[in-house]
Design a protein around this ligand. Sequence first.
Ligand code: SAH
Length: 218
Amino acid sequence: MTDDMLAEKKEMLIKHLVKAGHLRTERVIQAFRRVPREAFVPEHLIDYAYVDEPLPIGEGQTISQPLTIADMTEALEPRPGQKILEIGAGSGYQAAILAEIVGSKGKVISVERVEKLAKETRQRIAQLGYKNIKIVTGDGSLGYARKAPYDRIIVTCAAPFVPEPLKEQLKISGVMVIPVGSWLQQIFKIRKTAAGFEQKSIGFYQFVPLIGEHGFNP
Ligand code: SAH
């Protein structure tokens, strides 16, 4: 597929996500325009980069479906200058979308459990020139205390419950978006207030499991 065809498919996908109400804010739409999803999928799947489907990225993991990424990014309410923690870096695509939004004064820290994926993704984001993304190898169910607290936390794998360390590492008035459940998962949008946590479901989705100390057993 030629670059022109990819560009056309990308624009069609974005228009579809806008029309269907998944992409709603200009900042998020612009981020979708700027990030080349074809750079985050395996080479033999490049033709499918702008099909609204999750795709395998190796090690039994997937790059999330564009619709899901749109819904999660909108729910997260990311803003320029924020410090965001992502659990489940995978291909790095979601991190790149967020990096476009937080900009050069912001930071995205993304934790990945699978060493091989973390290494590949580190290389990919360096090649693409994202200086505001840091990929950390480790168990993200523990969060990343070294850079806490965070304005926003996004978990891109399904947890059995909301990990306590993530609640602790979120700033007051911060937002966390996290899929919870074991077979079909609901994505919860959680806001931390001085009085506690406000939680609402944004719908049902399917994710690979969060495996770790505050997640599912290996
Ligand atoms: N955000 C990714 C989606 C990746 S799928 C993207 O845009 O491509 C979810 C990822 O979570 C997988 O790569 C999986 O290895 C990772 N994961 C699972 N449990 C984890 C844990 N405890 N800590 C960090 N990453 C984890």
